[in-house]
Design a protein around this ligand. Structure first.
Ligand SMILES: Nc1ncnc2c1ncn2[C@@H]1O[C@H](COP(=O)(O)OP(=O)(O)OP(=O)(O)O)[C@@H](O)[C@H]1O
Ligand SMILES: O=C(O)c1ccc[n+]([C@@H]2O[C@H](COP(=O)([O-])O)[C@@H](O)[C@H]2O)c1
Length: 211
């Protein structure tokens, strides 16, 4: 069965690293990949842009391709966007057999043991870790213990089961972030080639980040 993979994020704003790693994950896993903007992101400062502005950025960024889709369910839910709630909901929709993957950058993965009901994440989904330069350090003890027996070497290790594995996905390491793009914009600089041309083409889209 073709896996369903989700990449959740604040997307404040969406940038080419999000898009590229999601694209490569879709290719390598032969998966349906959805980007899921968080409503109230847990564990971080609130976004500069409103949900509507972040969705407009995502829509522009995703235009013209059909490999990556947008899933707005977390914006339709009040309160913090706990990933476990999203995975339980998706699992209910896709049934018990289809592989489901939670894609996370290596930085987000390193903090997984602080997430809400984090051990239950593995009951609902596999975790696909996307390398990110500067985030290859050791894991905390609880996460190391939980993941040790779950690691699988390749995509084939996930295909036959719906959830529970941890896979490093060999995507191109890209060393930039939404924080970097916000900083460039705040200095009056243009983030060309770090965000899609379609985002730059509409001057209103990045207005929330310009001072
Ligand atoms: N350059 C990147 N390489 C791999 N994963 C990334 C990269 N940028 C973001 N991600 C992952 O995408 C998801 C959403 O990230 P998020 O929207 O927080 O972007 P960010 O660039 O990390 O933002 P910020 O700088 O505001 O923290 C997270 O799992 C994050 O780890
Ligand atoms: O469920 C949690 O406790 C939890 C804690 C931190 C982050 N997340 C999710 O991880 C994704 C990336 O978060 P962020 O803050 O790096 O944009 C996003 O989908 C968040 O909802 C989820």
């Amino acid at each position: 069965m073709r896996p369903l993979a989700i990449l959740g994020g604040t997307f404040d704003p969406v940038h080419n690293a999000h898009l590229r790693v999601a694209w490569e994950a879709a290719e390598l896993l032969d998966a349906e990949v959805r980007l899921l903007p968080a409503n109230v992101p847990p564990h971080r400062a609130q976004p500069l842009a409103s949900p509507e502005q972040r969705v407009a950025l995502l829509r522009a960024a995703l235009r013209g391709q059909d490999r990556l889709a947008l899933d707005l369910r977390e914006l339709q839910r009040a309160g913090p966007s706990w990933s476990i709630d999203t995975l339980v909901e998706l699992r209910r929709e896709i049934g018990p057999q289809r592989p489901l993957l939670l894609l996370v950058g290596a930085d987000a993965f390193a903090g997984l043991s602080t997430w809400h009901r984090w051990r239950e994440l593995f009951e609902q989904a596999h975790v696909g870790v996307l390398p990110r330069p500067g985030y290859a350090g050791p894991l905390d003890d609880a996460l190391e213990r939980e993941t040790r027996g779950r690691r699988v070497d390749g995509v084939d290790g996930l295909r036959g089961r719906p959830a529970g594995g941890v896979l490093e996905i060999d995507v191109t390491p890209l060393d930039f972030s939404a924080s970097r793009i916000r900083a460039l914009l705040a200095e009056g600089r243009e983030p060309r080639y770090l965000v899609p041309d379609a985002v730059l083409a509409d001057p209103g889209l990045l207005a929330p980040y310009r001072t």
